[in-house]
Design a protein around this ligand. Sequence first.
Ligand code: M6R
Length: 618
Amino acid sequence: MCGIVGYVGPKSSLEVLLGGLRRLEYRGYDSAGVSIIAPGGQLETRKKAGKLDNLIAEITSHPLPIANIGIGHTRWATHGAPTDGNAHPHLGGPTSKLSLIHNGIIENFSELKAELLALGTKFNSETDSEVAAHLIAREFDKTGDLPTAFANVVQRLHGAFTILVIHEDQPDVVLAARRNAPLVIGLGDGENFLGSDVAAFVEHTKRAISVGQDEIVILRADSIEIRTFDGVPVIPVEFTVDWDASAASKGGWSSFMAKEIADQPQAVADTLMGRLNSDGSVRLSEIDGLSADDILNIDRIIMVACGTASYACDVAKYAIEKYSRIPVQVELSHEFRYRDPIVTKNTLIVAVSQSGETMDTLMATRYAKEQGAKVLAICNTQGATLARESDAVIYTHAGPEVAVASTKALTAQITAGFLLALFLGAGRKQLATDELHGLGRQLLKMPALVTEVINNLDLARQLGKDMANAKSVLFLGRNVGFPIAMEGALKLKELAYIHAEGFAAGELKHGPIALIEEGQPVIVIVPSQRDADSLHPKVISNIQEIRARGAKVIAVAEAGDTEVAQYAEHVIYVPKSQSMFAPILTVIPLQVFALELSTAKGLDVDQPRNLAKSVTVE
Ligand code: M6R
């Protein structure tokens, strides 16, 4: 979950590190720290609990010398409270010449710590990470060779880690190791970078290499060398980052979340680009690896994901089942992995993740692969572990998502899910050509419709401000509106810290309706009236049932739905669309509602308490 950055080259390492940490702060913001080595000088470290601004204030009052090498860290606390002492970097050895940063959890740290304590090592923190700093420093004192010492120690560590190390006696090299935690190299001209993801260095270079499992990197200004933990050389595969550096900055918006909500027409358009022809036919060259027979042989799809990404799967399930008639199961990755699920070689696993680094989802896909299943990833981050480890990837092209609350990644994931549904529908011959092309043309209209929604959010904004004192908000939906209700509730929980729950509207009478009392706000996602088999009348009945018990209803409904206005206090209208595709529209007012309510409460919408964007521990 922590963010890691490393640099060696002619620039001021402090500037590169702080810029990288600013872009990685979404990964954790319990503390931040940097270590640098000035030419011919000593290792210097500054670290501070709290957000990056606290570290910057610390450096302003205790300036660092100009240097060209360094490492930086932003922390999401696991072992040890978020204090200055537990902040990274951690120094190793009696002379504190080695500095180390770590993302992950060293599972065997207690036994390693006991070993070090027996040798008289003094610890300065409660973290698991500090053991690695002392072990490497001791090993270096023995061997006199930093890469060898580093390799010897990382092989002894269990668990998940990306570790970066610099040493005062070897001031031209940054060492890195990766197991079960992300690490990417940025290739510059006479300079090189390391980062937890490409956002760390995209401002400086678009050339990148994704570091594989159990690999070590020896990074200098003019060279990189990659070896396995056992010392076998690795031939790196370079890729070009397609994120625009400016996309990872706020650019005048009040928050990253506000900007990312506004980015959604582009995110949806870019995810569709090149994948739908103008006649509506689908092209998904990324999964060319799946032959016609492979597609015909799929007997079940299991979609695995967490949080918001799991709601994208819930929406996609409706489309995939309807258009391709392949049964789809949606599973929270962490539940799937540990319940002995039935997976065969004819099961297609679709793993959905913005970051591509969510450990729960990685563990689920690794397990599925071990059982012989094929894994298709829907992922937003190039070079991410999930993308590397999957048989095929459909990239969502939402661009960097920095706010912890996922917005544009979700609408892009839902869009990719619809593309997959149409692709499979065609491959399984369940959709006639006319129908397929008609749906494709409807999907092509979505970016323009998203723009219309974005331009008409005043009511959602106002309601968010007006409801700043709400203690609880419930959300209801049916069919594709149900996952959107759950997403609306999740947004409110994570941003405004109030009780919120999403229900299937039909489920209410089986228990949750007991929650309704006078004045209870309920946001209802109302389906279109236009379909022959529309659930509109049923949702109107559900609204009547809760109104009769005192609920204050806010409806999100399709333009032209005058009936719902009779039963709701407020109606937020979204444009008419193919009803299957409506979630891409109806979720947006809920995002804005949560953003405004949280802002009205004076909370930090980009960095809500206790959270990190990328959850790289199980
Ligand atoms: O990077 P991922 O898409 O795998 O992340 C999954 C969830 O952790 C993420 O969607 C989380 O629920 C968001 N904070 C919700 O806004």
